[in-house]
Structure formats: C-alpha cells, structure tokens
Design a protein around this ligand. Sequence first.
Ligand SMILES: Cc1cc2nc3c(=O)[nH]c(=O)nc-3n(C[C@H](O)[C@H](O)[C@H](O)COP(=O)(O)O)c2cc1C
Ligand code: SF4
Length: 401
Amino acid sequence: MQDNKLNSLFKTKIIGGVLFKNRLISSPISINMSEKGFVTNNIINFFSNLAKSGVSMVTVGATAISDQGNDTLNGMMAGKDKYFKGLKLLAKNIKKNGANASIQIYHVGAQGNPKHNNQEIVGPSEYYFKKIGVKSRSLTIEEISLIEDEFCKSIVQSFKSNFDFIELHLAHGYLLHEFLSNYFNKRKDKYGGTFKNRFRLVKNILEKSIRIEPKLKGRIGFRLSANDYVKNGFDKKNIEQLVKKLDKYKPAYYVITAGLYETAEKKYQDMKIGKYWDYAKNIKKISTTPVIAQGGITNLYSAQNLIKNNFSDFVGFAQSLIADPGMIMKTISGNEKKIIPCIAHLKVGSCHRCRYLKQKDNTFSCITPTSWKPSGDIVSKKNIKKDLLIWKKLNSQVYNK
Ligand SMILES: Cc1cc2nc3c(=O)[nH]c(=O)nc-3n(C[C@H](O)[C@H](O)[C@H](O)COP(=O)(O)O)c2cc1C
Ligand code: SF4
C-alpha cells in the first residue's frame, strides 16, 4: 500500500501533452555499453529495468552528436541514419515498461580526453586541466556551424525515434555549457563576449531543430549548472539570465545540477548537504517551467519534502536506483528496510565504481547485490563475485564510521 505521507510524489502532471504518473524521474545515466555508438541489448535492458522501477520518466544519459563529441569509445551516439533503428527500439522498450522516455544529447567539448575517445579535443577556446593533461583547440566558425547541424540532426532523430523528450546538456562543463560560460569562452567573434553571443550556438540549435520538427516545441528539456565553483564560471546570476532566455522557448523542464570535472570534489560535498536542492528552488521561484531537483536524494521521504516544500516539481535519482532499482517499490510496499543504499551516498568518495570503471572498456557495473548486471561475457560471474566482496568491505567500513 502507498504510504499517505508520500502523496505529493504521486500526483500526476502533464508536460507538452505527455502524462507523468508521478514526480519521480530517473536522472541521466550513461553506462558506456554501446558498440560503435549503437544501442546494444545491455543498454536496452538497463533502461527497461529502470522503467520498471516505478519512475514516471527514464532519462538515457549523455548521447553524443559525433565521434568528436563522445567522451569514450563506448558512448551512445545519435544523428546518423544508422542509429535510428536502435534509438527507436530503446524508446519503445522504456515506454513499454511503464515510463516516459527522455534522451540527453551532448558534445564533450574541452573536457574530452584523447586517451578515452581517440579524438582531437576542441572547445570554444583553449582550455587546460592538469588531470586531463591536454590543451583543447579553439573551434573555427565553420566547425561550430557543423556542430550546430550535428546537434539538430541528433535532436530531431531522437524525437522521431519516439523519445517523448530531448534533454540538451548545458551543464557539467561540456561543450554547450562552455560556450555559455565566461570561464571557458574567451572568443572575440560572434560566439563570444556578450551573453547574447555566448547564447548564439544554443539559440541556433533550438530554433533550427524546431523549424525542422515543429512538434519539438515544449518537448526539449535542459540540464543546467547553477554553480561551477570557479571565478567567472556559472553562478546564480548566470543561470537566472539563461533561464530567462530559455523560458521563451517553452521548455519541457529544467534539471538543476552543478560542477565541472575540475571542481568535482567541491560538487560532491555541496551535493551531500543538499545545496543542489536550494539551487533548484531558486529556479522554481523565477520560472514557471517544471523543475527537477536532483543530486544526493537517497529516499522517497526526502523527495516528498522537496516537492511538498516547493523546491521542485519533480525529483531525480541516479545512484539510489543504480544501487537498488527496487528502491521505490520497496518503499511503497513498506519494505524499505530491504533497500540496499548506494555506498557513495553513505559516505562521499567511498565508491565511484559505476562512474569511472566505464571509461576504458564495456564493463559498467555497480557493486551492490541488488543492482542490474550486464548479460553475456561482459561482466563475468567471477567479477560479480569480486564486486560483492568489495561491496561487503566498503559497506562495513562506511557503517562503522
Ligand atoms: C554511472 C553514472 C552515469 C552518469 N551519467 C550522466 C550523464 O550521462 N549525464 C548527466 O548529466 N549526468 C550523469 N550522471 C550524473 C547523475 O545524473 C546525477 O546528477 C548524479 O549522480 C547525482 O545524483 P544522485 O545522487 O541521485 O546519483 C551520471 C551518474 C552516474 C553515477
Ligand atoms: S557502484 Fe558504488 S557509487 Fe555506483 S551506485 Fe553502486 S554503490 Fe553507488
């Protein structure tokens, strides 16, 4: 039986004509189990499993517009005709299993690493981050125009393959965020300087995509960064300025996040103390576009508080659902004691397996016994056993603290 205290979470809502059965969303997750950019059975199984978890929308994580824009060789891609069939099958399976389907479209930009994607690293301007160890090259006007077309193709194709929503990644220091941000964008041409110029690439992508496929109006959502934690980076003022511009396009939703690769440590600390939810609340105060709060939401009771107290219209979960896709059902059936939590939610920095293991090979895995496991030879039974031992060890360390 559903607990009455969770009522705010189970109110329906309609966005762009699409019914949401509740306020629970699975946040964008990329599992890097693609082969040459194509959707694979493991990708379909992973997201179908999330769709069964009880959320009203599943967001397929970062899907690249090109090889250059892909952060690893195993990242999913969209835009070229050859990807259409797989994307259609993925959207169909998410919806068949009970959730609306959204897909996040992105280009990795200056935070790319040639060791992971074998590509030249490009951005609005030169950028160097010691940990990556490569200076990005500044894009030419012709290249920006090509990227604009690739974004449009990926957006339109994903929508035509029956994803209900397209989420444009304007956060985390990826290419579109870099164009918007004074910290990365030092250009002196029509793409740099004033906010109008820095917004030009996003504006062109939106207007062109909607011109090609008018039904996209009201179906594009945005992931936005509220804080980059660097001087001249995104902050309250910048995000509010951006939201005012984007609101004119009647977005489907905003999902509020923060941080760059180089400020990851700060971001996890902020997430842990619920700062991301305050950032979401600030946006909800200034816009009528539905807002998704996320980052460190570990259970339905915290989620309920956020909705009830007007921090957001929806709440997003990633690691809680990766660690235990049964988390929602166990809570509403009164079996929450059986939920297996994400170790990183118990202690910041204690586990990063699902995020970082994926960079080199097709081996996405979470160490908990309840998590989804890839099929086939990719993660062998022996490795799953090893994961369980790691989980037991970390779990006892975290609980003993
Ligand atoms: C394995 C993994 C993959 C992720 N992939 C993406 C992604 O593709 N795009 C994105 O914007 N965020 C991605 N994230 C970040 C999550 O969407 C989310 O913002 C973050 O994990 C914090 O929320 P949580 O505490 O509910 O996990 C990923 C996180 C994890 C753990
Ligand atoms: S691998 Fe670790 S960080 Fe990722 S969801 Fe599982 S327990 Fe959490």
